[in-house]
Design a protein around this ligand. Sequence first.
Ligand code: TMP
Length: 225
Amino acid sequence: MSKGVFITLEGPDGCGKSTQSRMLRDALAAAGYDVVRTFEPGGTGIGHRIREIILDTKSSGMCGITEFLLYAADRAQDVHEVIMPALAAGRIVIGDRFFDSSIAYQGYGLGMDVEAVRAVNAIATRGLIPDLTVLLDIDPAMGVARATGGRDADRIERRRLEFHASVRNAYLQMAAGEPGRFRVVGVGDRSIDQVHAAIRREVFEFLANRASCARGQSQLGAREV
Ligand code: TMP
């Protein structure tokens, strides 16, 4: 069904995804692409309310399964309301987090059954898989310090450093297992502009390859007729 292109940005807390996904959206729009950005949790009105429940430190009694199902519910709404309609209209969708976040945080971080996490996500996403996923890799201690600098940590950021280290390792493992979909961009102490340039390179190269494949296929189709 999908005529558009679905690109996600993933990474541990404090990797700079939100800033980078906005910069990428602006760069693609400036290059003439029809692009929309969304984010999880909270990219829709309903999702915004779910986000408040999940991240509020008052939700300290929330069990892991409730947390996981709330992320899945937020995702289902994002897919229904924003992502699927935009892809059907042939647009590029930039997702700031998608199901890989649940595999990394709830699957590996909280220790839930990863196959069960994948199965519920397949329902939430209706089987949608990103065409390209850019992983922004950052040392977990540096990431949490960056994320919480100047404000109170939310319920997830407050978790122990080991949790954030498991999340980071899970992401790196997932990227190694799916090299066709993932590109890894190291954040380290690079500037925002340097990270943006690296992401931009990966995304524009991906789109150029995709366009040349599509041209190749249509020429093949023309010859066959
Ligand atoms: P954000 O900082 O990217 O807005 O995400 C909010 C927090 O939610 C962040 O700590 C990562 C966490 N998260 C999960 O644990 N599982 C998920 O499926 C998603 C989308 C986010």
